[in-house]
Design a protein around this ligand. Structure first.
Ligand SMILES: [Mg+2]
Length: 363
């Protein structure tokens, strides 16, 4: 079992906890100090209720709500709080993954009372930092993360065998990690509406054992993700966006199991090319999604495939070994690099970017 902790409107909540005058007010945290020329990087729940969300230009947010409170982002404060929460969770003595600045995962194995543990964690976070967290519990990280989102803010949700179908039927597909952007939109255009529809089409997506809690010492031979598009696509942007997303999914799982990989394998299937597969082994080991993506692009460049139609894509990392635990700051730098890389891709390819779908994975 995985217990996923997701802080509620993290940056905005920290600002409100520090300055009680801001409590319960519509508030945005801006990425720059000029409140009219920045982008919303966090919105409080009162602001969200008005339709204000992160990624929105601040000017637009102020036109929705002229009395909006504004605070310039203070990364150091957020990183510091994140580290304190990490230390608090470490105190439970369970394997702990730091998935992003405001998300943490505990591996429960066969904990006798996960709901009670979750309650304790939520209370402790609130008592120490005066901010709330939502907790999701399920058999793997994908479902635990989904569960944490279902009753936000201050939520506590368990997905188990008895409510699995009901929860998935009730949950729109775009709530699922990785399905927030173009990719989810593609699925929905193909007729999939709920997570249950996706489950019926791709059961492995949910059932794959993402958690390694059962066999902590067994090193997997490889980690891979693949995906079949609803129809064969030729647009290289779409193909690259998919490879990028699959690379990030593989990298996330490598990091969750504290693994690094030397060999990257790319598999493509399409009406003209049939099955294409090639791999390359590198001396520098990695568990970074962007690096894995770059390595797959090199494989593609060497293959001299000229914009074929692609129906299915797979990214596999093998030659695995144990990595060292990445400290918080290193992870932050990696995230920063990822976001810059995504910006570059978005700038190059313009609107209809891959940004939303991929950042969901890292948030
Ligand atoms: Mg959050």
């Amino acid at each position: 079992m995985i217990l996923h902790v997701d802080m509620d409107a993290f940056f905005a909540s920290i600002e409100q906890a520090i300055n009680p005058r801001l409590k319960d007010k519509p508030l945005i945290v801006g990425s720059r100090g000029n409140k009219m020329r920045t982008v919303v990087c966090a919105a409080s729940y009162a602001a969200k209720a008005l339709g204000i969300h992160s990624g929105m230009p601040s000017r637009e947010a102020f036109s929705i709500c002229p009395k909006l409170e504004f605070v310039a982002a203070d990364q150091a404060k957020y990183i510091w709080t994140s580290e304190q929460i990490f230390q608090l969770l470490k105190g439970y003595g369970l394997p702990l993954n730091y998935t992003s600045i405001d998300e943490f995962q505990l591996e429960l194995a066969s904990h006798p009372d996960p709901l009670n543990l979750a309650k304790k964690i939520k209370e402790q976070i609130y008592a120490n930092f005066n901010i709330t967290a939502s907790v999701g519990i399920a058999k793997n990280w994908l479902l635990a993360k989904l569960a944490s989102k279902l009753n936000k803010p201050d939520g506590l949700t368990l997905i188990n065998d008895s409510n699995f179908e009901q929860v998935l039927r009730q949950t729109p597909l775009d709530k699922l990690c990785g399905m927030g952007g173009k990719i989810g939109a593609n699925f929905m255009a193909g007729g999939l509406k709920s997570c249950w529809d996706l489950y019926l089409n791709l059961p492995g997506f949910f059932n794959e054992s993402y958690d390694n809690s059962g066999k902590p010492n067994a090193l997997p031979k490889s980690i891979s993700h693949s995906y079949t598009l609803p129809e064969a696509k030729i647009n290289p942007r779409v193909i690259q966006a998919w490879i990028r997303l699959l690379s990030e999914m593989v990298a996330t799982r490598l990091r969750q199991q504290n693994l690094v990989s030397a060999t990257v394998h790319l598999w493509l299937n399409g009406p003209e090319i049939g099955n294409f597969g090639a791999q390359k082994t590198h001396q520098v080991l990695t568990n970074d999604g962007y690096e894995i993506y770059q390595r797959t692009l090199k494989i593609m460049a060497r293959s001299r495939i000229q914009n074929p139609r692609i129906r299915a894509i797979g990214v596999t990392c093998s030659s695995l070994s144990k990595g060292t635990d990445q400290p918080l700051l290193r992870e932050e730098i990696r995230r920063e690099g990822l976001i810059k890389a995504l910006d570059r891709i978005n700038n190059r390819f313009g609107e209809g970017s891959i940004y939303p779908a991929i950042t969901v994975l890292t948030r």
